[in-house]
Design a protein around this ligand. Structure first.
Ligand code: ZN
Length: 97
């Protein structure tokens, strides 16, 4: 009885861990898909991002080491009409530095 409860908890924990793993994998694949298809011009693909959205996406790309994609996205946004400095953008660090 007690053992079953522990087993159930373990199953739930393992399940959560599996979901977390799948989310990470999906996020990783998303960054690859974006880097391959949307690069080099996000505007051509209708991306119309706010400062916060840009930072969120750029952070994701940097975490998965798509440095050029992150930098390009941020540069395009900062040059575009949607950047109103609602949220500050981090300094761009180029990959080869
Ligand atoms: Zn902005």
């Amino acid at each position: 009885m007690v053992f079953d409860v522990v087993k159930d908890r373990l199953a739930v924990w393992r399940d959560r861990r599996e979901v977390a793993r799948q989310r990470l994998e999906a996020a990783d694949e998303f960054t690859w898909v974006w880097s391959d298809t949307v690069n080099p011009c996000s505007h051509e693909f209708g991306a119309d991002l706010t400062c916060r959205e840009t930072n969120t996406l750029a952070t994701l790309f940097r975490l998965f080491h798509h440095w050029n994609t992150a930098n390009q996205l941020q540069k395009e946004h900062e040059r575009g009409p949607n950047c109103n400095n609602a949220e500050p953008h981090p300094e761009i660090v180029e990959e080869d530095q």
